[in-house]
Each structure stands twice: as C-alpha cells, then as structure tokens.
Write a protein of this length. Structure first.
Length: 352
C-alpha cells in the first residue's frame, strides 16, 4: 500500500475556533504559509451545536476578532448561532485555507519540525504547530456520579441542547457552579418541572452589562497579565457567575437551590450541602471539563495534564498554545481578547 501524501506547510493551526482564526489572521499578515485543520465539518460548528438558549457573555462591541467587527447592533449579546455565523464569515472573509473533518490523532516532533496525523488519514509536516483546541476538551463528572441509581438519566452539559432532551416531568438536578449551570437550570425551569440546582452559594456573582464591560476595558483589567501583581491576584479568585442569570433562576418557584453537591443517596437522590433532592428522573452535570492532550507527543505537560507554557509558548521549539483560560490574561479565552495573545504568539514563533 502506498504511503499517504504529506501536506507540507510552514505552520499548522489545530482548531478553527476563535483562537485558531486569530492566529491565522496574524500569520496571513506576515505572509507565512499555513493551514488550519479542524475536526468539525464546518467552521463555527462548536458554537452551533451548543444548547439553544446560550448567548455570548460579552456584547458584540467587545467580542470582535482582529480585523473584522461583528455585523449588526453592537449593544447586544449575540446568540450561539450568531457566534457560529460570525466565525464562519470571518474565515471566509480572509479566505483562510482550512481542512475540515480532520481530527488530529497525533503530533510528533521530528527533524523537520512536526509530523501531524489525523483520524481521516491526513498527514502534515510543519515547522511550527499552534494548538487551538482549548484546554477543556474532556467532559468531567464528579467521582460519585457512577453511584447514582441506574434509572436516573445522566447528561453532561456538553450534550445538552434543549429541555425536550430530558424525558418526563419529574425532578431534575443541575450540578455545577458556573454560568452554563445557571442557564441550563433556568431553561429547564421554564417547563414547569421541579428543578434542583446543586450550586455552591459561595460562588461570587457580578453584573454583566455595558457599564461593566466599559469598566473592564477602560481599566485594562481584562489585559492584566497573570505574571503581574494584579493578574496574579485575579487568577487566584473564584470565577464569578453572571448575577442576572443567578437572579433569574431564583424567580422560578419550581427551582430550589440545595448547595454544592456532596454525593448521592440510595433511590436516585442527590445530596447537597443544604438539602437533598427527592428521587430524581435526571441529572445534568454542568461540572466542566478536563484536559486531554494525549495526542501530543511532547514532554510539555504537568501532572494534571495541562500544558506548561509562558504566554502560550512551550519549551519545545515551534509548539505553542492559544485560547487557554488565563493563557496570559482574563481575556485570553474570550473572543474579544484572544487576538492580543495570537499576535504575541505568532511574533515569537516566527522569531525562532
């Protein structure tokens, strides 16, 4: 059998989300040959496939990628479908070379840089590789989740899209203390069924309005580096939720807060810090994600599986990351903030 053809390029970007597209923008401006590979069938598909009620947590005016503003009204919080359309139009506007349906299975350093293989049989050779797949790509559930009674349907928030996915009209619990947990709980509460929010009441909340965004940008807090005194303090604080989402969920008479989930009891009951649920019909685990970079063959990960880097640059020459939470600042994982990191990473990679 003949060996597959190898596609050679100066820089390979893995991931066609906001980070990968921002990296492509700066590589294109520098005249560097590159290709983006993505496991999805369309640019923006990650956003398009998320739950129907999802909106950006930042307004359109604060969410643009470099070189192209959002279309339409600037003072709105775009829907997830608008986000998908914006990313697709961004890639089309700049005519980026993108190879879709190419899930990367291996990145291996070699004498000429890196050999990259995909599940679909694609083979690439690149001097540089920029990983833009996000840090949180493996859905995570609590250790006690398998102990829940087998008749209780379990769904991770990554698979949740609409209330109709969860059969029945009986009690359902949403476990998690982030914005997605609050939004999904409210989405389910609109059906009238009993909803139990296993939400840690110690989680800080802050408003999400135009004044707050104007303040964050004017004070440059979103740009404060994790390596600075201000950024170093910020990164140690718990991630806040949107106070409006928390307040909205509290308006539903059929929604009850039980505190942080501590475990399960026989009969399909979830144990919370302040109260237990009744026997549940379903649980949605909005408990986040962990890293899964097992496909990268390089000694750049800590004991927990997270990449070790400085502002996205690793100790392995030519290998960098973008789009990680707090890669350098609070804005690193935001659509409106990733461009600054992309500019820096591209500049430093091309110096090497």
């Amino acid at each position: 059998m003949a060996a597959p053809d190898v596609f050679s390029v100066d820089t390979l970007i893995i991931g066609a989300g906001q980070a990968g597209l921002a990296a492509a923008y700066y590589l294109q401006r520098r005249g560097v040959s590159f290709v983006i590979v993505d496991e999805r069938a369309a640019v923006g598909d990650v956003w398009a496939s998320r739950f129907e009620a999802l909106r950006l947590f930042s307004p359109a005016w604060a969410s643009s990628l470099p070189g192209l503003e959002w279309p339409g009204g600037k003072f709105r919080y775009p829907t997830k479908d608008e986000a998908a359309a914006y990313l697709a139009s961004y890639a089309e506007h700049f005519h980026f070379p993108i190879h879709l349906s190419q899930r990367v299975s291996k990145v291996t350093p070699n004498a000429n840089g890196y050999a990259i293989s995909t599940v679909a049989g694609g083979c690439y050779q690149a001097q540089r590789v920029v990983i833009c797949t996000g840090a949180y790509n493996a859905p995570r559930r609590p250790e006690f989740a398998p102990q829940l009674a087998s008749n209780v349907a379990q769904l991770h928030s990554s698979d949740y899209q609409r209330p109709q996915q969860i059969a029945g009209t009986g009690p359902v619990a949403i476990v998690g203390s982030g914005n997605s947990a609050l939004q999904i709980a409210a989405d389910l509460a609109t059906t009238g069924r009993p909803v139990y929010a296993a939400f840690d009441e110690r989680t800080p909340a802050m408003p999400n309005n135009m004044l707050m965004w104007a303040m964050l940008i004017a004070t440059r807090l979103l740009r404060a580096s994790r390596h600075s005194l201000v950024g170093g303090h910020m990164i140690q604080q718990p991630e806040p939720v949107v106070s409006g989402d928390l307040a909205r969920l509290r308006t539903f008479s059929n929604a009850q807060f039980i505190g942080r989930a501590l475990g399960v009891e026989p009969g399909g009951i979830l144990r919370g810090r302040h109260a237990n649920t009744p026997a549940l019909e379903a649980v949605v685990w909005a408990t986040g994600y962990g890293p899964d970079f097992s496909w990268i063959e390089a000694p750049i990960f800590d004991a927990a599986g997270y990449p070790k880097h400085y502002r996205g640059l690793t100790a392995t020459p030519g290998l960098a990351f973008l789009g990680l939470p707090w890669l350098n600042s609070r804005g690193s994982a935001l659509m409106g903030g990733v461009g600054r990191d992309a500019s820096y990473v591209v500049e430093q990679l091309l110096k090497a």
